[in-house]
Write a protein that binds this ligand. Sequence first.
Ligand code: APR
Length: 183
Amino acid sequence: MTVLTRRIGAVQLDIIVADITTLGVDAIVNAANTSLLGGGGVDGAIHRAAGPELVAECRTLHGCNTGDARITKGYRLKAAHVIHTVGPVWTGGTSGEDDLLASCYRRAMELCGKHKLTSVAFPAISTGIYRFPADRAAEIAVRAIVEMLPGAPSVGRVVFCCFSEPSAKLHAEALARHGSPCA
Ligand code: APR
């Protein structure tokens, strides 16, 4: 269900409530851990939906640092690619968590640009098991994506794929401060 759609330049930004594994975009972003070998939450859902070839490819990547991102195929997913990124664990906000979370979105957008992807969907990285405050994370996510749009000219659509109405509302409030309503 679409909660809000905005346009910034030629890019459409959608905020929806959905299971990210169902989206037919070029890439879905996974909120992974540094091993890249799967876990719970959206990580578990993506690996279940993609099938065992995903973790097999992830094994060849030998992990990923917090704030960084790696791209793989999507296998049985509708999405052609999965961009795995590792968000920070919230420990009170004085250990650089904000910058590390912003880096996840920036690095994912850089990979979209490098691979000339046209559409990408993000979950609310770090706001589940990693306990990052959802309102603070939504603002960081929207700001980082908006800042990166010029650097990823192939991207025509960005989806913030929230898993609850409250999460979608926070992203909608953040996005309303950027961009203009879609005509
Ligand atoms: N589709 C979209 N969003 C989802 C889905 C889904 N199928 N499942 C969960 N979410 C949402 C959660 O509600 C939360 O808002 O994704 C957001 C991120 O939550 P987590 O998946 O718990 O990820 P995170 O907080 O970044 O913690 C990462 O959890 O699963 C492990 O291996 C992972 O160790 C890593 C840690």
